[in-house]
Design a protein around this ligand. Sequence first.
Ligand code: GLC
Ligand code: CA
Length: 551
Amino acid sequence: MKMNDQWWKKSVVYQIYPRSFMDSNGDGIGDLQGIIQKLDYLKLLGVDVIWLSPVYDSPNDDNGYDIRNYQAIMKEFGTMGEFDQLLTEIHKRGLKVIMDLVVNHTSDEHEWFVESKKSKDNPYRDYYIWREEPNNWGSVFSGSAWEHDETTNEYYLHLFSKKQPDLNWENPKLRQEVYQMMKFWLDKGIDGFRMDVINFISKHPDLPDGVKDEQQQYGDGSPYFMNGPRIHEFLHEMNQEVLSKSPVMTVGEMPGASPEDAIQYTDPNREEVNMIFTFEHMDLDSAPGGKWNLKPLYLPDLKENLAKWQTALHNKGWNSLYWNNHDQPRIVSRFGDDQDYRVESAKMLATCLHFMQGTPYIYQGEEIGMTNVKFDCLEDYRDIETINMYHERKSLGNSHEDIMNSIYTKGRDNARTPIQWDDSENGGFTSGKPWIQVNPRYKEINVKAALEDPNSIFYFYQKLIALRRELDIIVEGSFQLLLKDHPEIFAYERKWQDDHLIVLCNFSSSEIVIDEEDLLSKMQEYQVVISNYEQGNKGTLRPYEAIVLRK
Ligand code: GLC
Ligand code: CA
């Protein structure tokens, strides 16, 4: 691979969740014209690439991650003509765009599935996974992973909702259809793909039951579908047939992938994908039994985990760097302090991530420090995962308060409230009634206020992005964790040729005294590259202080 084919190594990506980004026509739903209106804002931020969450035709059981037609635009978002216009406007500004590729499953309303259901000998039957008897797997969205279908009296597999039947990648015809569809979008000129749960596409052919303990209703099928037996073969094939033809960028969403898996997926010589999204650092505040079982983050776990990925992939593969996306709660509420130190902690978290090696992803609203929400009742929530989980846990005897508390802390709708553009009604997102309530803090936290304040989180992100372009060490340097066991400080150094960076981040609301002689003297001697406080006493770190030093 030629170096200029690796443009994504130097890029910063901004994720747009179109439904919640900007509504241009007052129907309460974000749309393509809304995105076009805000491209100059993204240009000002300085990002290189936009990742568009799905904009394809969909009945929206899972907000577009259930695709009915891969080659049509969702009516609520606009038309194919408007998509072409968006693409032109993006490229005109020197930006790139990657599209969501959701091919582990389709919608049950996709014509392939409509056909597949009709009879056991339908030509599309084998596009999906049908069995006479279900196994014991549970769905990610609660309940069984199998749905009975009356027409042929068989069950189909759906790892997500029952309106998201899993595709059968064992079928070479299906694979060719997917590759043709990918070419359709690449021929239009898009710059790559973010691949939805792509390491789930190869299932163990026997679909064995998963382990389950006494209290559990369903078994854990993940050992039989995560990083499955033919996954590397399928990704390599996709690469050879489609991706290798042009210098595109690819990132695979891969729950359950270890650094060793990641090296296999991203080693350029293996020609699979450029980078993956790991989930390990996002699981550290969950107790056994999954994300809804809350546990406070213990900072040394996070340090150890991210350091492990940084060092394992250095010179072998490539990391993605993220705190947020449309599935995760807001980072400033999660690992920071969204009350007393919202601005400081948002900048600290950004610093901690953006000085690592890899391609950083910024999720819409992160750049202004948007926070989690607490809606009063379940009826205010829209996310299928949240709603299904609520009913399941209620039926198992959990209290309303406990379940709501999990939703407040981990629910996906935390990330999906509309972008707060200004302090007018509905945060300026829509002139109509938004599809999901706006975060009530919009009067205080919004884009307009951020742009008017030179010390805002927005301008801090702008600076971080610019620094990545200026300093090769951020892209290329090695990584070494410092103060490994310190319970409040996340510190590391980067080295590249004669260049040297030290990054110090205080994850607590206390002032921490640095008593390491060596570090103290470097704090005196080195230049400050960026910091979230006015300069002052260099022997301590103030609440949520972040400082980057260079020699
Ligand atoms: C991915 C998406 C998530 C979606 C799921 C099923 O995890 O990020 O939003 O619900 O896959 O497509
Ligand atoms: Ca709209």
